[in-house]
Design a protein around this ligand. Structure first.
Ligand SMILES: [Zn+2]
Length: 238
C-alpha cells in the first residue's frame, strides 16, 4: 500500500498526534507503535476459533457462501477498539492499519485459519474517498496480514462504484441489500486471476454484514472456489 504522505507531512502529523496511544489516549513511551504496550496486551481479542461463531455466521446465513469468518477484535461502544477504528479511518494513520493487520495475521497463523488462501482482497473505497483519505484502511490491514501469512494482496480486482450508501432505517435487511446492489464490481482482470482460487476478503469492521455480503457476491461472480472473510473487529449483536 503506497503511503502518500511526504516526510514533511509525516512530521506535521506527529505534531498533530503527539505520542498518544490511539486506544487509551495515554502517553506512549515507545513511539514505534500507535498503541501502547498495555493496550496491545489488553486488546479484546477473539482467541477462539470463530469460523462458526454463531452471531457472526447468522449475519451471513443463507446470504453469501463463505467457508469462514474471523474477526480479530471485539468492538464495544466507547471502548478501545472503537477508538482504534476511528484513528484508522480518520486520523491519517495508514501505518496503524499495517500494524494491526500484522497482529491479525499472527492470530490467523496461530489458529491455522485460512492459510491455504491464494489472495487477500480488501474491500475497496470509492475513488473519491480514496483520494480524500489517501489510503484504504482495509488495504492497509490486508498488507499487514499479507506480510505475516505471505499471501499476496490484490487491490485491483474489486472496485467500488458508489461512494456513499443510503442505509434505510425502515424496510429491513432486504431493502438495505437492494441499496447496496451494484456498489461493488469485479474488475475486468478479476475472473482470469481469481478463477478457482480461495480468497480472503478483508475489511475493518463487521457490523450488519451488508457491505461484506455485496462485496462477496461480486467476488463469487468471478468464479472463485472458496471465500473467507477477515475483519479487524466485529460488533456483537446482542
Ligand atoms: Zn493505550
Amino acid at each position: 500500500m503506497k503511503n502518500f504522505l511526504t516526510s514533511f507531512g509525516r512530521h506535521l502529523l506527529d505534531f498533530a498526534y503527539p505520542d498518544i496511544c490511539v486506544a487509551c489516549e495515554n502517553r506512549i513511551t515507545d513511539t514505534r507503535s500507535a498503541i501502547c504496550f498495555e493496550c496491545q496486551w489488553d486488546l479484546p481479542r477473539n482467541t477462539n476459533l470463530l469460523i462458526h461463531n454463531e452471531s457472526q455466521e447468522n449475519k451471513f446465513w443463507g446470504k453469501v457462501k463463505t467457508s469462514g469468518i474471523y474477526s480479530f477484535l471485539r468492538f464495544t461502544k466507547g471502548g478501545k477498539v472503537q477508538n482504534i477504528l476511528h484513528a484508522l479511518k480518520y486520523q491519517n494513520r495508514p501505518e496503524l492499519g499495517i500494524f494491526l493487520g500484522k497482529l491479525c495475521g499472527k492470530a490467523l497463523k496461530d489458529q491455522h485459519l485460512f492459510l491455504h488462501a491464494d489472495y487477500l482482497v480488501p474491500v475497496p473505497l470509492h475513488r473519491a474517498r480514496l483520494r480524500e483519505r489517501g489510503y484504504n484502511q482495509a488495504g492497509c490491514l490486508a498488507t499487514g496480514i499479507s506480510e505475516i501469512l505471505e499471501i499476496p494482496v490484490r487491490h485491483d480486482l474489486l472496485a467500488r462504484n458508489k461512494s456513499t450508501l443510503t442505509q434505510t432505517r425502515s424496510g429491513g435487511r432486504l431493502s438495505r441489500y437492494r441499496n447496496l446492489e451494484g456498489v461493488f464490481e469485479a474488475t475486468e482482470t478479476a475472473p482470469e486471476v481469481l478463477r478457482d482460487k480461495a480468497v480472503i476478503l478483508v475489511d475493518d469492521v463487521l457490523t450488519t454484514g451488508a457491505t461484506l455480503e455485496v462485496a462477496a457476491t461480486a467476488l463469487w461472480k468471478t468464479g472463485i472456489r472458496e471465500l473467507f472473510i477477515v475483519t479487524l473487529a466485529a460488533v456483537n449483536r446482542s
